[in-house]
Design a protein around this ligand. Sequence first.
Ligand SMILES: C[S@@+](CC[C@H](N)C(=O)[O-])C[C@H]1O[C@@H](n2cnc3c(N)ncnc32)[C@H](O)[C@@H]1O
Length: 256
Amino acid sequence: MTVVRLPRQDLFARQEMEVPAPAERQLAQLVARRLTREPLAYILGRREFYGINLLVNPNVLIPRPETETLVEHALFMALMGMENPALVIADVGTGTGAIAINLAIHLPNARIYATDVSDEALDVASYNIRGHNVADRVTLLKGDLLEPLPEPVDLIAANLPYIPTDRIPTLQPEVQREPREALDGGPDGLDHIRRLVAQAAGGKLKEPGVILLELDPEQAPAVEALAHQLFPDAQTSVEKDLARLDRVFVINRGMN
Ligand SMILES: C[S@@+](CC[C@H](N)C(=O)[O-])C[C@H]1O[C@@H](n2cnc3c(N)ncnc32)[C@H](O)[C@@H]1O
């Protein structure tokens, strides 16, 4: 499709079509790249996420289906639970902008801050935000977690790096081609999440307010303990992904 520049359905309709020699050569090059275990999304330069197409390159994490659970739950909380329709939201560690853009599309009255430490990731997010016509409501900020936010927010959605450092060499080669700073969460994978929850408790989250954190199922008990320490009055819950694994930790501070 990429090589012969035809939509998928046309490939079936035109099965007798002869592939031109330059296209055949180009395809062989793409296959050779894939054989080196380069991720398909980097080869194609794009990835579909929650119904939108995003530019991706090796400077950003390739958005995952698990993160669609985070988007879905953020939308559920925003639409069902929060009285104020003009929500202020933070997408922390935005990467391609996948979470921020979808929240902006589905919550037309929301204002969204999207933060990242990586200039290269912010460039990709900027391209995607403009491409989906949400630049008027999504503000990119460079900095550490919630630090660059100019005001407290109603909802924090974060898919931060959460893989324990010593597990990274055991991951499949494709994943190891993704940026280290998008994967490595420190010794137990929770370095960033711990700091984020502390920053939120230190004044960056409004009351009522909600934090949604993507994590590894094994990390839920540790995050539960952390949440109760820093937000003793909050309600907590864990949402499952499509594989029925605990994936999104919810800290609900005073919202019905
Ligand atoms: C797991 S990726 C998630 C990207 C995107 N949100 C997604 O779900 O596809 C984590 C992102 O967090 C960023 N990041 C790492 N440390 C950070 C920090 N201290 N503050 C802000 N962003 C950070 C990385 O550069 C990376 O883009």
